[in-house]
Design a protein. Structure first.
Length: 320
């Protein structure tokens, strides 16, 4: 009997010790949770501070407005686009391609991009539209729009013998032959010249010539007619190109630089299906259309396309 009482006593004592230890453990957990909660609150405050900093930075960036870079009354690149603070437009000598493209007429500010069939293109990826005709055929796409700009520059400056483009198969389609009355004929898949028309240097003849070029040339042929250039040497008329079927190409249409010689530039493009030639936004900062030399990394991401390293090139069309 006494043995059983002693056992009960020891059992009761053991239970009391466990309960006490358990309460102590719970109190310790409570302290730990309080400390943890305190830590979370501190981290939360830190996070709020970072959020505020981020918001300030975001606000600062959002404070940049597209209107800071656009003069809606301007009707050319040079008069429509305002250079970034601290940058000055690279001087373009009269008769140069930079002067030609910088003074090319633009549609009124806010004009949408239209497809060749007069449908309006959706989206807000452009900041200006060139007053460049798009024929009622799905021909004048990305490379074609740019070839047309080069060709117009040469044509309007009376450099007819310099207007020449390769077909994808390597055939040289030059305006000199065309203007003398020769036309491209095919023997099977092989193109050749045949004289079937009267000599004609007129604008309508020139446009018909370009339609043939658009039909048989592309980024594949354009890339072979260009050489690589350094980003630091970028100038109006240079292109970022990725040859393919389809590939894509965009043209540098305006360049400015700061006191340190760092450049910024505007890009323009046509696209598929055939559509208005237009100045594109910079997806890094949609309210600022300028692309900055110091920001460029590869792959180089533009509004609609990504270009690999080595894609910056200078076509031979403008070289004497």
């Amino acid at each position: 009997m006494n043995f059983m009482k002693r056992n009960k006593f020891y059992l009761l004592l053991t239970m009391m010790i466990c309960i006490c230890c358990g309460c102590k453990s719970k109190n310790m957990n409570t302290v730990t949770n309080e400390e943890a909660e305190s830590t979370i609150i501190e981290n939360s405050n830190d996070t709020k501070t970072n959020d505020n900093e981020s918001t300030e930075e975001s606000t600062e960036k959002s404070a940049v407005k597209l209107s800071d870079f656009i003069n809606p009354e301007g009707n050319t690149l040079f008069t429509r686009f305002i250079t970034p603070k601290g940058y000055k437009r690279v001087e373009a000598s009269e008769g140069s391609f930079a002067y030609f493209i910088g003074n090319y007429n633009l549609e009124p500010d806010g004009t949408p991009v239209y497809y060749f069939d007069k449908r309006q293109k959706g989206g807000e990826g452009h900041v200006a539209v060139f007053s460049l005709e798009v024929a009622e055929e799905d021909l004048q796409q990305c490379a074609d729009s740019i070839m047309r700009i080069y060709a117009e520059y040469l044509y309007k400056n009376g450099k007819y013998d310099r207007i020449s483009f390769h077909f994808v198969d390597g055939f040289v389609c030059d305006f000199s032959h065309w203007s003398q009355g020769y036309r491209v004929k095919f023997s099977g898949d092989t193109p050749n010249w045949q004289k079937t028309a009267d000599p004609d240097l007129g604008e309508e003849s020139f446009k018909k010539y370009l339609r043939i070029v658009f039909a048989y040339s592309s980024t594949l042929s354009m890339e072979k007619e260009a050489r690589s250039v350094l980003l630091s040497d970028i100038q109006a008329g240079d292109i970022f190109i990725k040859a393919g079927s389809p590939g894509h190409v965009v043209m540098v249409v305006d360049v400015c630089k700061n006191a340190d010689g760092e450049k910024a530039f505007l890009l323009a493009q046509g696209f598929m299906p055939a559509q208005s030639f237009h100045v594109i936004k910079n997806p890094k900062h949609p309210n600022n259309p300028w692309y900055y030399e110091k920001e460029i990394t590869y792959p180089f991401i533009t509004q609609n396309y990504s270009f690999p390293e080595g894609s910056l090139m200078r076509p031979v069309y403008l070289e004497e």
